[in-house]
Design a protein around this ligand. Structure first.
Ligand SMILES: Nc1ncnc2c1ncn2[C@@H]1O[C@H](COP(=O)(O)OP(=O)(O)O)[C@@H](O)[C@H]1O
Ligand SMILES: [Mg+2]
Length: 306
């Protein structure tokens, strides 16, 4: 079974693509077969970070049936063991995927024959992004220590829970519950947390089942662009808040320092973590990549034993 790691997080510019591509390269460097998917449909730029000028094909070829399988549109990168699937040529229609196309794409992603499937997602909480994020229970979100990024990350997490519940509950029943709750509360401004609680409690017979479904997530997060003047424990504090207020366990993967050489590396078309391995930011990324690789190796050993 591949390890599927969607990288999301609400806000644009926090470093989702930077984290995705560098983790992909570092995990590939440790010998695992990794595929990186650019799922920021309509605003893709992973190919540039990978130094690939013109991707040969991509997700659009798979969705338009030009390519028989998603694997067929994967292409090698300059880094050993790291393969790439582009969405550069996705047209506007494809950027706003139809439901059936999305289901087809998500199920194809889940069966890609790699050890790690890393998905770089776009900003915001639109249904495409949330559905890609929910392709795995191990979604990672990236945020920066700024209040706006943290706020967007919380909004993203709540939207992910709500979307998961919507996937489980019949849509008509879901809409009925929310309508009923809005009428009862006399408020037209219910937030997603209120709605999650209402949905969970609406049918007491199913409450346990619904709670269990959203408690299975093992969300992780990374604080990127971390600067020296910020309290180093902000990530741990955020983890504690998440574990107290949300419905599943959160892991904090660590702080990745802000480093001027990140933009230099993009200009030089070099991957930051490989080109500047002695920086604090690269060491933090390496540490995260090792944690993710070790988990995978452990899971492999366990499956061999059982
Ligand atoms: N740790 C970092 N230090 C310095 N600059 C960074 C860091 N992480 C990301 N950046 C820069 O921030 C900008 C946004 O990063 P990007 O990965 O494109 O964000 P997102 O994918 O979340 O929109 C880019 O110019 C990138 O080079
Ligand atoms: Mg991006």
């Amino acid at each position: 079974m591949p390890e599927i790691l969607p990288i999301g997080g609400g806000k644009g510019g926090v470093g989702k693509s930077f984290v995705a591509v560098n983790l992909g390269a570092l995990i590939a460097n440790s010998g695992h077969r990794v595929v990186l998917l650019d799922l920021d449909l309509g605003a893709s730029n992973l190919h540039t970070l990978l130094g690939i000028k013109n991707p040969r094909g991509g997700i659009d070829d798979f969705l338009s049936k030009k390519a028989a399988t998603l694997e067929k549109v994967a292409e090698p990168t300059p880094i050993a063991n790291l393969t790439f699937i582009s969405s550069l040529h996705c047209s506007m229609e494809i950027a706003n995927l139809f439901h059936a196309q999305k289901v087809k794409l998500v199920s194809a992603i889940k069966t890609l024959p790699f050890d790690f499937i890393i998905m770089d997602l776009g900003a915001g909480t639109n249904f495409n992004t949330l559905d890609f994020f929910l392709a795995s229970e191990k979604g990672i979100f990236v945020c920066t220590p700024e209040p706006t990024a943290i706020e967007n990350a919380f909004r993203f997490i709540k939207s992910a829970y709500l979307r998961k519940l919507k996937q489980i509950i019949n849509l008509n029943a879901f809409n009925k519950m929310v309508k009923h709750a809005v009428l009862e509360s006399g408020r037209g401004d219910l937030g997603s947390s209120d709605i999650i609680d209402i949905v969970l409690k609406y049918d007491p017979g199913r409450e346990m089942f619904l709670r269990e479904s959203i408690s299975r997530f093992q969300f992780g997060f990374i604080m990127n662009q971390f600067r020296k003047n910020i309290a180093p424990d902000i990530g741990e504090k955020m983890k504690a808040v998440c574990n107290r207020h949300f419905y599943s366990k959160f892991q904090f993967f660590g702080n990745v320092a802000f480093d001027e050489r990140v933009s230099e590396s993009v200009l030089k078309k070099k991957l930051f973590a490989l080109h500047y391995p002695d920086t604090e930011a690269a060491a933090a990324l390496k540490n995260i990549a090792e944690r993710l690789s070790q988990k995978r190796s452990l899971a492999d050993r366990m499956s061999e034993v059982s």
